[in-house]
Design a protein around this ligand. Sequence first.
Ligand code: TMP
Length: 216
Amino acid sequence: MLITFEGIEGCGKSTQSRMVLDHLQQRGVPALWTRQPGGCDLGGRLRALLLGREGDGLTPLSELFLYLADRAQHVAEVIRPALAAGTVVLCDRFTDSTVAYQGYGRGLDVSLIHRLNAVAVDGCLPDLTLILDLPVETGLTRARTRNADQGQTESEGRFEAEETAFHQRIRDGYLTLAAENPDRYAVIPAQGEPEEVFGRVWPMVCSRLGIAEHLM
Ligand code: TMP
C-alpha cells in the first residue's frame, strides 16, 4: 500500500505523515516513511541541488527532469522493494508534486508531466493521496518561520521565495487533481494544531488500510 502526502509549502504534510508512521508502528503494521526528493542516495544529492540556491539557474524543463530522475531511482531502489515486502509506504510528496509545481506552478504542459510521471514510476501508483489543504498565506508564513528557525533559508528556501501567485496556482492545481479523481485523493483541511489535523488524517488512512481507528 502506497500512501502519498501532498500540499503547498507549510501545509504540515511531513508532520502528519510522521504521525501516521508512529501510529502504524504502534499497531505493529510494517511501515516506512520516505520522501521526494531525497529518499535515496541519488535523491539526496538532487535535493541539495533542486532546493538550494545552486538550482537558481535551472530551466523549468531541466528541473522537471531532475525530479523525475529522483522519482525513478527512488521507486526502483526504495519504494517498490518495500511494497513487495508488504510494507506500507508513506511518501512525503510524489507524482502530484510535479504536476502541481512544475505543471500548474511553472506552467509546463500538465498532460506531458502525467505521461513522464507514468514512465518514471513504471506502474507504481499511490493507493491513497492525502492533500493537506490550507490558504497560501498561512502555509508560507509557517514554512518561512520554520526555515528561519532551522537556518534553511539558503539550503532549502528556493520555492518558499517564489511569489504568492505561484503558490496559489499550485494549491488550485492540487484541488483540480483531487476533483478529477475523488477515489484516489482526500482533501484534508490543514488548519489547526497537528493533533486536530491528525484527527482528520487518521480515519482516512485506517479506512484505506482496512484497520480499526482505535486500539482494541
Ligand atoms: P519539502 O520536502 O519540504 O516539501 O520540499 C520539497 C520541495 O520540492 C517543495 O518546495 C516542492 C518541490 N517539489 C517540486 O517542485 N516538484 C516535485 O516533483 C517534488 C517532489 C517536489
